[in-house]
Design a binder for this molecule. Structure first.
Ligand code: FEO
Length: 171
């Protein structure tokens, strides 16, 4: 694997771990607000991000590269409202989409076909990530902070199943 690709993939591991930490911080904010369903949704999202990081980790190892972890920056600790927090999630996912597209452009430029094939999964996943977070933002805008509406959305988000932490790829 070319050093430019290895460096960029390691940077993306850091982005995914930073996403996980940010969503765990949002979970803690929701726990504090007694919104257990929203906290559950964020904890599930946080685990998914670690799984994304691990997919990249495993790929680097499989290609004979070296995983080099970097510091994760401290996340924001509080938000003005559930809408503010989920807006933050949606904005962050758009940032991650750009990171993935930049990585794909690099892999294409370097003619690294294995990396473009691997990254295609992330390109598709980001469409889903943006769609699901934008849908929650739109619902929260509709209810316009009415307590009954917040309670209803909190109950709905509580149904998100908790994903398995996958330190190795699923067989
Ligand atoms: Fe791993 Fe939510 O992007």
């Amino acid at each position: 694997m070319k050093p430019t690709i290895q460096k960029a993939l390691n940077k993306q591991i850091n982005e995914e771990m930073e996403s996980s930490y940010l969503y765990l911080s949002m979970a803690a904010y929701f726990e504090d607000q007694n919104l257990a369903g929203m906290a559950q949704w964020m904890k599930a999202q946080s685990i998914e991000e670690v799984n994304h990081a691990m997919q990249l980790y495993t790929y680097i190892v499989d290609r004979g590269g070296k995983v080099e972890l970097q510091a994760i920056k401290a996340p924001q600790l509080s938000w003005k409202s559930p809408l503010d927090a989920f807006n933050g999630t949606y904005t962050h996912e758009k940032h991650i989409t750009k990171c993935i597209h930049d990585l794909m452009d690099l892999a294409t430029k370097e003619k690294d076909h294995a990396s473009t094939a691997m990254l295609q999964w992330f390109v598709t996943e980001q469409v889903e990530e943006e769609a699901s977070t934008s849908e929650i933002v739109e619902k929260l805008k509709l209810i316009d902070s009415a307590p009954g509406g917040i309670y209803m959305i909190d109950k709905e988000l509580a149904s998100r199943p908790m994903p398995q932490l996958q330190l190795a790829p699923a067989e």
